[in-house]
Ligand binder design. Sequence first.
Ligand code: NDP
Length: 379
Amino acid sequence: KTLVHGDQRRLFNTSNSRMTIMPAWVIDRYGSNDVLRFTKNAGFPIINYPNEVIVQVHAAGLNPIDVSMRGGYGAATMAMKRDPLNINQSGSEFPLILGRDMSGIIMECGLDVAPAYFKEGDEVWAAIPPWKQGSLAEFVVLSANEVSKKPKCLSHIEAAAVPYVAATAWSALVNTGGLNKDNCAKKRQVILILGGSGGVGTFSIQMLKAWGAHVTVTCSQNAECLVRGLGVDHVVDYTAGPVEVALRALEKFDLVLDNVGGDTESWALGLLKPWCGAKYVTLVTPFLRNTDRLGIADGMLQTGVTVAYKALKHLSKGVHYRWGMFAPNGPALDDISEMVDAGKIRAVVEEEFTFSQVPQAMLKVEKGHARGKTVVKIS
Ligand code: NDP
């Protein structure tokens, strides 16, 4: 049964046979940057389910998780998501294509994709779940509900800087943190973002300011200008001395978004308003490391015990402890797209690389000290 409709000629090459290969950066094993390999012969994506679309990638955004996954981070959980019945041999994920952010043009739609939602030629953006083949390739296949129409006012390069951090921020702040466009201003939510200058921080600042929250961030002194330009109300330079001392002198917070981790948990929950429903949401969690180290069953058990223990411990002090996780979310991207086109959120592209410079782009992300996003132009 064919799962596609529409003008299929676009995906046929001049000899009129269906394209089976495409250029991509792949890895064949986990390791440091030298495992990245460019090939013109990567497998062309196939529509396996009728709700899928094939997108021609114009730009791919990179995230810290690409560097981590290159080294094998999350391999156990991703293997389970790709192959829940454990039928395939270990290593069947290779050649693996990294790249979680994508902006491009729909080339082919599955039969269940209603033309009212998506059709060939639509400009779309998406955050690609880590268990799927990524965007460092000319084409990618995604579920239609992971894809959203790209904001009209952004170039593909700019659009590829947004989806993964936006979906993560939405999951952490909206789904886990309970914030939304109605309650931020009405309830005068006072928010602290630990780590305001990177991808998640620069996006979260703008979304929260657009919704009318009061936003304080921590960042290095040389990022102050960037975050102030995004609308932050108060900046604390974490390199100037013990950051928790400076933060304790401020009004207490309704929500802390932690993009930093490490020792932050030992003091950040003390910055919350007690017995008011205030929440600490951290994005730096041991979930995937636990499953890598202990296997799926024991790793998930360990994760459940850890998060339940911490949540209960902090609940007794009147504050909520939560873990934030990336979750693919096309409908959230629709809302964000509207905010971008309304001029409320802009893409923060720190550096742009060509397709041949993918190893350099990965090294840039690996070095840290991001000031926004690193993006690769694909076509
Ligand atoms: P980036 O690398 O884009 O940004 C990190 C930023 O934090 C940099 O600007 C860095 O700049 C700054 N920083 C480093 N140390 C500190 C500190 N002690 N205090 C304040 N700022 C600091 O990362 P992302 O924004 O993309 O992601 C943030 C974190 O969230 C990462 O750890 C990432 O792995 C995690 N994450 C988790 C997800 C999940 O599903 N759980 C999903 C997405 C991200 P400088 O060093 O110059 O100060």
